[in-house]
Design a protein around this ligand. Structure first.
Ligand SMILES: Nc1ncnc2c1ncn2[C@@H]1O[C@H](COP(=O)(O)OP(=O)(O)OP(=O)(O)O)[C@@H](O)[C@H]1O
Ligand SMILES: [Mg+2]
Length: 280
């Protein structure tokens, strides 16, 4: 259980990355979803004791992120955004190095590393230098590290950004095999829908909405997005040169005939509905 109270972060240059957010995380897998600059990494770094907040409190299983940081670090794994393996080291070497650094004996780390590599189907590639592996396999090395470390809480900051759809599915299935509680960040609604029942939407350092993906998308049930760049058209929302109107699926043909582009509902629509300028 993670308790976040009035968490606020201002960077030295004045960037106000988190604006007094409060919520509890108590599900096995929680997704923090938001666009670039929303504050996801700032939040993850504070929760994983790598960055100090400006004010507010964080408790992880009752431990304070500042005064009990050392205790917390023994119980968590944090995989940073855009983590990339060392090219000339193999998956086995990465895992053993990581586990030894966490204080495990070499013997135990070999056993745990082997178990995790087998479980995540990386065993056949255990002795291949990371440089020779695909993007998806590289990410899986980090998921394997998290699995082998047997941590209570695992933070994954955008574990699938930049991967093709198939590699993404492969990493998802690896993430599902992790034990412990997981907090992951993403840009992708489909990722949140696939992996978690609890989605926290953040934007500009604030929590916009929270719930299951179904509950977040409920207001769009049976709807589509109609876009037009025609100046004469009336639209409820205007983003740059594009006017956006939410229509019933039954109206799609009519709008298409009138020159609108009909698009399926995506995460962007949640943000647009909340009054967020998606180009800002
Ligand atoms: N070290 C830093 N110093 C100053 N400002 C920062 C620093 N790190 C992040 N910021 C700012 O804080 C805000 C939140 O950034 P953060 O990296 O937490 O967002 P994010 O949601 O992780 O974005 P992305 O999806 O691009 O990774 C942004 O305005 C960013 O420019
Ligand atoms: Mg980030």
């Amino acid at each position: 259980m993670i308790e976040i109270k009035k968490l606020d972060k201002r960077y030295g240059d004045g960037n106000h990355a988190l604006k007094g957010i409060s919520f509890n995380i108590d599900k096995r897998l929680t997704t923090v979803i938001g666009r670039n600059g929303a504050g996801k990494t700032t939040l993850m770094r504070i929760l994983s004791t790598q960055l100090l907040q400006s004010s507010g409190t964080v408790r992880i299983d009752g431990l304070d992120n500042i005064t009990d940081a050392k205790e917390i670090r023994k119980k968590i794994v944090s995989i940073p955004q855009e983590a990339s393996p060392i090219g000339y080291l193999t998956p086995m070497e990465h895992l053993k190095m990581y586990l030894c650094a966490r204080g495990m004996s070499l013997g135990d780390s070999t056993i745990e590393a082997s178990r995790a590599l087998k479980e995540l189907e990386l065993w056949h590639a255990r002795d291949t230098p990371a440089d020779m592996l695909s993007g998806g396999m590289k990410r899986k090395i980090f998921v394997a590290m998290a699995l082998a470390a047997n941590a209570d809480t695992i933070f994954l900051d955008e574990p699938t950004t930049g991967l093709d759809p198939l590699s993404r599915i492969e990493v998802w299935s690896a993430i599902k095999m992790l034990r412990g509680n997981i907090i992951l960040t993403t840009h992708y609604m489909e990722e949140a829908a696939e992996l978690s029942e609890d989605v926290i939407m953040v934007e500009s350092g604030k929590v916009l909405a929270r719930g299951t993906v179904e509950s977040l998308l409920k207001r769009f049930k049976g709807m589509a997005r109609a876009e037009t760049s025609s100046k004469g058209a009336k639209s409820k929302y205007v983003i740059g040169n594009t006017g956006i109107t939410y229509i019933k699926l039954s109206e799609a043909e009519k709008y298409a005939k009138a020159g609108y582009a009909i698009k399926p509902i995506t995460l962007d629509d949640l943000f647009i509905m909340q009054g967020v300028d998606i180009e800002s």
